[in-house]
Design a protein around this ligand. Structure first.
Ligand SMILES: C[S@@+](CC[C@H](N)C(=O)[O-])C[C@H]1O[C@@H](n2cnc3c(N)ncnc32)[C@H](O)[C@@H]1O
Length: 204
């Protein structure tokens, strides 16, 4: 089911072509919203500061369409979209030292142990993003999956020479207590009685 949806490519109107990412200007403050879903976070970041470029990266067409619609409603000129896998976005569009921030809010948790290897965030992922990130770039991660969070924390210790874990105090982990985007999957977590965990890192 997921793969069929992933293959559905965006049919875009001529007037909306401007939203499709073409290249990344490393002199700008570039934010990538990985797995942006319906784009609540993308729109929030872009509205907050119109000098920052926000690139929504999402595999599924429904989310991408929603982001374009909301960018139009809010008259945002700093939102761009990439429909596809973040690895492709990095490999084909990003250059060394070009990204200022990466957000990964509620990545697919793949809760079954035999599927853990499908999880996006692992040491390989950290080692890949490090070359595209600018010095002192910020990485924001949130999840309601305890097993995913412990796996990520273990990775952080493995990559500690390249990334610094900034929010190590307990009160800074609680997503709900912080001013962070109330995305669809954040709300789902609360409905399910879960307490999402937030991690903030800096690239050294
Ligand atoms: C659980 S949803 C979270 C969506 C949104 N961030 C939120 O908080 O509501 C995870 C999203 O990540 C997308 N996704 C998963 N792997 C991806 C990848 N490798 N590249 C880009 N998007 C991906 C999925 O299509 C899905 O929409």
């Amino acid at each position: 089911m997921e793969d069929q949806r992933a293959e559905q490519k965006l049919q875009i109107n001529k007037e909306d072509i401007k939203y499709i990412i073409k290249n990344i200007d490393s002199s700008k403050y570039n934010i990538i919203d990985v797995g942006s879903g319906y784009g609540e976070s993308t729109i929030e970041f872009a509205s907050f500061d119109n000098k920052k470029i926000v690139i929504a990266c999402e595999k599924y067409i429904d989310g991408i369409k929603n982001i374009i619609e909301n960018a139009k409603i809010e008259s945002l000129n700093n939102v761009f979209i990439f429909q596809g896998n973040v690895h492709q976005l990095l490999d084909e569009y990003c250059i060394k030292n070009s990204i200022s921030e990466i957000w990964i809010l509620f990545p697919d948790p793949w809760p079954k142990k035999r599927h853990f290897k499908r999880r996006l965030i692992n040491v390989v992922f950290f080692n890949k993003i490090k070359k595209f990130l600018k010095k002192e770039a910020i990485i924001h991660i949130a999840s309601d999956s305890k097993s995913y969070i412990s796996e990520i924390l273990k990775c952080i210790s493995d990559v500690k020479n390249d990334f610094l874990w900034i929010n190590q105090n307990k009160q800074e982990w609680d997503y709900s207590n912080l001013s962070l985007p109330k995305t669809k999957y954040y709300k789902k977590a609360l409905e399910n009685g879960l307490n999402p965990f937030y991690i903030k890192l800096m690239k050294l």
